[in-house]
Design a protein around this ligand. Structure first.
Ligand code: FES
Length: 202
């Protein structure tokens, strides 16, 4: 149906405007822009790793994956910040939770949960990893997956002004193996293969 669901936290001017628009208000929106996740091959297991609001694209990804084909790990600052997926229309998504303060689920980082769960795979049935969240979390996800040679796609967050590849505000460095020195998160991403990026420069 004609429904767009936007999950966001109020952190600045733009999100304050969205919040103040209220019921019946109107906003100008440009999109959809850029690229999304590539779906895993049939029969593969996927590990979805979310940090905070980074859960948003992964909820949509999970909703189109076969049930039982993925493990969904989600980290939050505290139990109060947990996004109740069933309350926003996505029932039956089973989240393994971590919180920084230990008020719900595993106390600690979601990447610790990720490392624990990856030990359950024997090397022949390595999963694909899909991740979205704050940069320090994504760097750790990149380190783990590059070290284990696991397929991994990350969805990056970036401050975007134009959304069209013109202002360079969202430019990030490509890895040395790439022919492209810089990517635009708005146009080339926000989803990238983990091997495409220069993680040391991020
Ligand atoms: Fe302007 Fe990406 S937001 S180049």
């Amino acid at each position: 149906d004609d429904l767009v669901l936007i999950l966001y936290r109020v952190v600045g001017q733009g999100t304050t405007i969205m919040c103040d628009a209220g019921e019946g208000g109107s906003l100008s929106v440009l999109g959809p822009l850029g690229s999304g996740f590539e779906m895993p091959h049939k029969g593969e297991t996927s590990v979805l790793v979310a940090g905070g609001m980074g859960i948003a694209p992964l909820i949509f990804l999970a909703s189109i994956m076969e049930s039982g084909s993925f493990i969904f790990l989600s980290g939050f600052g505290s139990g109060e910040e947990i996004v109740a997926t069933d309350e926003i229309g996505f029932s039956g998504i089973d989240l393994s939770i971590s919180t920084d303060d230990g008020s719900a689920g595993h106390r600690g980082l979601v990447t610790e949960l990720m490392k624990n769960r990856l030990t359950g795979f024997d090397g022949k049935t390595n999963p694909s990893v899909f991740a979205c969240g704050p940069l320090p979390m994504l760097k750790e996800v990149a380190a783990i997956t590059l070290d284990g040679a696991l397929p991994c796609q990350v969805s990056l967050e970036a401050t975007m002004a134009c959304g069209l590849g013109a202002c360079q505000g969202c430019a990030i460095r490509g890895s040395l193996e790439q022919n492209t020195a810089y990517y635009h998160v708005c146009q080339d991403g926000p989803v990238f293969d983990v091997n495409a990026l220069d993680w040391g420069a991020l």
